[in-house]
Design a protein around this ligand. Sequence first.
Ligand code: S3P
Length: 426
Amino acid sequence: MSSFTVLPAEGGLRGRLRVPGDKSISHRALLLSALAAGPSRISGLSDGADVVATRRAVESFGAQVTEDASDLIVEGGDRHEPDTVIDVGNSGTGIRLMTGWAATLDGLSVLTGDRSIARRPMGRVVAPLQMMGARIDGRAGATLPPLVVRGGRLRGLDYELPVPSAQVKGAVLLAGVGADGPTTVREKLPTRAHTEQMLATCGIRVESDGAGAITVHPGQVQPVDWAVPGDPSQAAFWVVAACLVPDSDLIIERVYVGPHRAGFLDVLRRMGADVELVDLDPTTTVADIRARTSSLTATEVGGAEIPGLIDEIPALAVAASAAAGTTIFRDAAELRVKESDRIESMVTALTAVGAHVAGRPDGLEVRGSDRPLTGGQVDSMGDHRVAMSLAVAGLTGTAPVRIDGWESVATSYPRFEEDMHRCQTP
Ligand code: S3P
């Protein structure tokens, strides 16, 4: 296990950063390219270990992946049963999307991952896929990995999501592409729309009734050249850091700010943050985000906005620790089944660096203070977002923060340290 010590920033965070490609879009670009008959080019793919694992996985299923400068060329369309167990590493998105994706393959796939993956609930994807006719087994009555998928021709399904989850929606829609008729997913709360948008880009007929029902029709995925924009979840760490570190003025370039992905910016604005979108491209919903030092006040975060910022709550909790008043995050019990129990992890870690934070069954309460965080020693609990949010806490505090389990950051942001130095170099 590696440790990393973050020292308080000596001056403001300044300049321009480019975060890794959006992780959600990266997984989907690989899976769709591997379904398409012909070559797809992907630029800007996330270099995190989660996406590397999905690349290896599609190669095991027969896709030919080659590098061309910093782009990937994926030659797909010839999927076959893998002759090895698929290891998704730490990636919940990877294993859940791939379960739906593999369910249309006439053959056997075995999907597993690391110790964190072994605890992630899979019943939410297995149940609808079984209703479509896929044969899936796994630990604990097919609710935990490893999963064994015996796929084939599936039946179309009309399914209401029991949890607002873009991963479950994505798994069912990906399976729907290979079904014998239309498949509809109904969501009560909107979640990130990448799967349906990207399927439509690949030539699949997709309909949305505007009231939460998304229907895909079976069809052949066409090759596409994908340009993956920057990941808003990674940008969130720098946006929060720039808001909290005095004398900061930072630009995070070319970030995806489309539907249900940039909710953290709305929350920060509500708290009084000086954040703005620069050069927003309305077609791609990609913009530069400019963040400057701000004085923040507490807010309440809950209800329908949660799916659009669930991954950013650790970073927002750090922002809340410096805001006047008590910020409440509610309706976010899903945090308990992420890479770690993020409610417990964040309570323990933020308390260790001097924040006043309490867990709720469905979220967090953070009592802000105008006294900076004190520094200390924390454990990432193997969770990349816990590690990076505590690095932000370290930049804003009065004493170093030592983060044990720092290696988890490679999951989504291998160049985090480099970028941290870059925005502190005068
Ligand atoms: C993701 C969906 C979200 C999110 C995850 C990525 C996706 O998970 O937390 O990091 O790419 O579909 P849930 O679908 O479990 O909410």
